[in-house]
Structure formats: C-alpha cells, structure tokens
Write a protein that binds this ligand. Structure first.
Ligand SMILES: [Zn+2]
Ligand SMILES: [Zn+2]
Length: 174
C-alpha cells in the first residue's frame, strides 16, 4: 500500500492524519484535497498538472478513442497502409485490455496489420512494444499503474476466422 492509499484508508476510517486540512469535512473539501495531492504527485513525476489533457494520437497520426481510430479508418500498424480491423496483434490487445481495466482514459493504441507478412516483417521493431509499461499519474488518479510484458510468440487475432494465428518466426524478447 502506498502513502496515498494509506491516507485514503485513514480517511475512510475517520482518522485524522495531518491536522485539519487533511481531514475534510465535506465531499467538496475531500475532492479538492485529493486533486491537490494528485497535482503534487504529477509534479513529482515531472509532469505539469495544468497541461490540458492531450487527445491521443496513434502511431501514424490518426486520432484515437479507446485505442481505436476515431474515424474508423484503420491504418496498418506496420506499413501505415489503409486496412481493416480484421487482423489484430494479440499481445497488444492483451496489454490494451489490462491497461483499460485499471487506467481510465488510457491512450494505448490497439495494433492492426494489413497482412500476416506485414506483421512478420515488422516484428523486429514491433516486439519492443510488448514490454512492461506504465500508465499515470493523471490529475484524476495519482497512482502509477505498472503492467507486465505480454508474453509469447507474435500472434494475430483473425476476427473473420475467429482464430489466433501464431508465428514461429516472431520470437519474443519477454
Ligand atoms: Zn501493413
Ligand atoms: Zn503487438
């Protein structure tokens, strides 16, 4: 448990930890003090809490919403050619799901490919993406979430065949 969670717990249990200011009387006070604490955490992490939330962009410059292109135009993660949502990297999808389950408004991009060959050909650079990652802190959530690497040989999920295609040539580094 980190210090912030400890304070949350103390607050839940009605304990006074650090004098009056840290023992809010109303929900508004509680909210304000949480935001202030989050701002401090952000500064500690070298981020500017007053910087407006950036709209997430994908690898090839397309706007994202929940990991997908906002305009429904799918660009191949490997070669940037326009493609469809048929072939998706399984490891990236696993990471996306894990991140989305605990980091709200996460901007991790789901990775679609135009063909099996394109996936295999871009594996050397793409495999780096499957390593451990972090999310946060943000103004609404002061925690830094850590995510493990996605393991296993490179694989595409074929949503037409409803089948996982494994590639023996795509040797993982994790
Ligand atoms: Zn491609
Ligand atoms: Zn991937």
């Amino acid at each position: 448990m980190d210090e912030f969670q400890q304070q949350d717990r103390d607050y839940d249990q009605g304990k006074q930890t650090n004098g009056e200011e840290d023992c809010p009387q109303t929900y508004e006070d509680f909210w304000r003090s949480s935001i202030n604490q989050n701002d401090e955490r952000l500064r500690d992490a070298g981020k500017d809490p007053y910087e407006p939330l950036k709209e997430p962009f994908g690898k090839h410059g397309n706007r994202l919403k929940r990991g997908l292109p906002q305009d429904d135009v799918y660009l191949c993660y490997g070669c940037a050619k326009t493609t469809s949502a048929k072939l998706e990297c399984c490891q990236c999808l696993e990471i996306f799901r894990e991140r989305a389950s605990c980091a709200a408004n996460d901007d991790w991009e789901r990775a679609f490919f135009c063909s099996n060959d394109c996936y295999v050909n871009h594996w050397e650079e793409h495999k780096e993406r499957h390593g451990p990652s972090t999310a946060g802190p943000t103004r609404m959530d002061s925690r830094i979430h850590e995510f493990e690497a996605a393991k296993g040989y490179g694989a595409l999920w074929d949503s037409d065949l409803l089948k996982r295609l494994n590639f023996a040539k795509c040797v993982p580094i994790w």
